[in-house]
Design a protein around this ligand. Structure first.
Ligand SMILES: Cc1cc2nc3c(=O)[nH]c(=O)nc-3n(C[C@H](O)[C@H](O)[C@H](O)COP(=O)(O)O)c2cc1C
Length: 168
């Protein structure tokens, strides 16, 4: 069997999205308080392992995002690794209608203003370290200033546009 590698210049964007979607990722909620309003972006582009010393993580945000300009100026952001119990609220947290994103969602605000989604397997408290233009996205590097681990909770997995569980 041979593999037919097609130049991306000959592909339609749906094929590219399908290929990118075949790579399983976690899902995080990056959130803070902007002008007294809880503000959030859900991201599957989040990655750890950028650097351990200092501890750095990253995610990519669409240049067209209307939410990121509200978050990018905050001194501290909460990053909640979303868990199995959040499956039903992920679409709501990422909806275009900003007013209903947090309806019925338990949250905790840290003294720094970082906003955490309750019951996440891992919480990071972060400060923006740098950002870098990458095509139609901005790669944002975050310095981790604090964290909380709850080993009893499982993260949700985003794969082929659907949410999957690690546990059966
Ligand atoms: C599972 C999932 C993953 C997402 N990942 C990203 C991401 O990595 N980067 C991004 O900019 N938006 C991502 N989005 C879209 C944003 O969460 C949100 O819908 C978008 O920012 C809303 O538009 P606004 O920024 O103009 O408010 C994702 C949405 C979902 C449901």
């Amino acid at each position: 069997m041979s593999t037919n590698v097609v130049p991306t210049t000959d592909l339609d964007s749906a094929e590219l999205r399908k290929a990118f979607g075949a790579f399983p990722t976690g899902v995080v909620a990056l959130a803070g308080i902007s002008d007294t309003e809880p503000t959030v972006i859900v991201a599957s582009s989040f990655a750890v392992g950028v650097s351990q010393e200092p501890p750095l993580v990253m995610f990519a945000v669409q240049q067209s995002s209307t939410t990121w300009p509200m978050l990018r100026s905050l001194p501290s952001l909460g990053v909640s690794v979303l868990g199995e119990c959040h499956t039903d609220v992920i679409r709501q947290l990422s909806s275009k209608d900003k007013t209903q994103r947090f309806a019925g969602v338990g949250t905790t605000v840290l003294p720094s203003g970082a906003l955490l989604i309750d019951d996440a397997p891992v919480h990071f408290e972060c400060a923006i370290e740098s950002s870098h233009t990458a095509g139609d996205h901005e790669i944002v590097v975050l310095r981790v200033t604090g964290l909380a681990n709850d080993h009893s909770k499982q993260p949700i997995v985003f794969h082929r546009s659907a949410f999957a569980r690690l546990s059966a």
